[in-house]
Write a protein that binds this ligand. Structure first.
Ligand SMILES: [Ca+2]
Ligand SMILES: [Ca+2]
Length: 259
């Protein structure tokens, strides 16, 4: 073995070692995990008057394999929002954005904002459906159901913003053997900002230097951009920017107090 060959072998060995170390240290691209998820994950309303506003969410089953049935218990905060309507998106032959292949059987499709017997506390909607033989198992992602709500209450001046969940209280997915499919549950958060008196962005009942401070903290877009980023409450004229025009509204209302 001459020197050149030895050198080649060393290089080969080293490169093999390096690539095997890299293979170990480079994390594999993690497979997307199966989830039952409320979409969108965050909803914001106000601080402009928003009572009477309707909105629709979907509950989706994501990255699932061999799905043959689902059972979901869902709840919300009736102090602020009320149920309007819902649609089960089964089977996919009828709802291309839905889940489960037909034929399907709807087992539960019950709404009662006062509670539903046989469910976990807080459940106001119980949805369950299953494919029936000879249906194929469902693969991938799709919508289990959509639901529309109307806003019935908004916190007043100087009250705290309302924050609550559109909550998946219990969720079961099953495969075509009837075995459970492991998955995560992802509820959504709803924020209903309290009414603000004009210029009173921090909602303490008076328009003063602290409101200017809140606007500059949320300054967007800059430059410079404020440390806290965009906020709908700092964007008084709701034009998508937090800027000198919002400062102008605060300055025009300087010293005003709100109950
Ligand atoms: Ca204020
Ligand atoms: Ca603005």
């Amino acid at each position: 073995m001459n020197f050149k060959t030895e050198k080649m072998i060393v290089i080969l060995l080293v490169s093999t070692l390096v690539s095997s170390v890299l293979a170990i240290s480079i994390p594999k691209v993690q497979a997307e995990t199966t989830a039952v998820k409320v979409m969108p994950q965050a909803l914001e309303f106000g601080p402009d008057p928003c009572v009477g506003t309707e909105f629709t969410i979907t509950v989706e089953v994501q990255y699932v394999s061999d799905l043959y049935g689902f059972d979901t218990q869902f709840g919300w905060n009736t102090s602020y929002i009320r149920y309007v309507s819902r649609t089960l998106h089964t089977p996919v032959e009828t709802y291309p954005d839905g889940i489960l292949h037909g034929p399907t059987m709807t087992i539960r499709n019950t709404v009662n904002e006062a509670g539903i017997p046989g469910t976990m506390p807080g459940t106001m909607y119980w949805a369950a459906a299953s494919s029936m033989p000879p249906a194929s198992p469902f693969e991938g992602s799709g919508i289990a159901f959509d639901m529309t709500f109307t806003i019935v209450n908004q916190p007043g001046y100087v009250e705290a913003d309302a924050v609550f969940d559109l909550k998946i209280i219990r969720s079961q997915l099953s495969d075509h053997f009837g075995w459970p499919i492991v998955h995560s549950m992802r509820s959504a958060t709803v924020t209903i900002y309290a009414l603000r008196g004009p210029g009173d962005v921090n909602n303490d009942g008076i328009v003063d230097i602290f409101d200017i401070g809140t606007i500059s903290a949320h300054w967007y877009p800059g430059p410079p951009i404020g440390p806290l980023g965009y906020s709908a409450v700092a964007d008084i004229n709701l034009d998508g920017s937090v800027d000198i025009f919002d400062i102008g509204i605060t300055s025009a209302n300087w010293g005003n107090t709100y109950p």
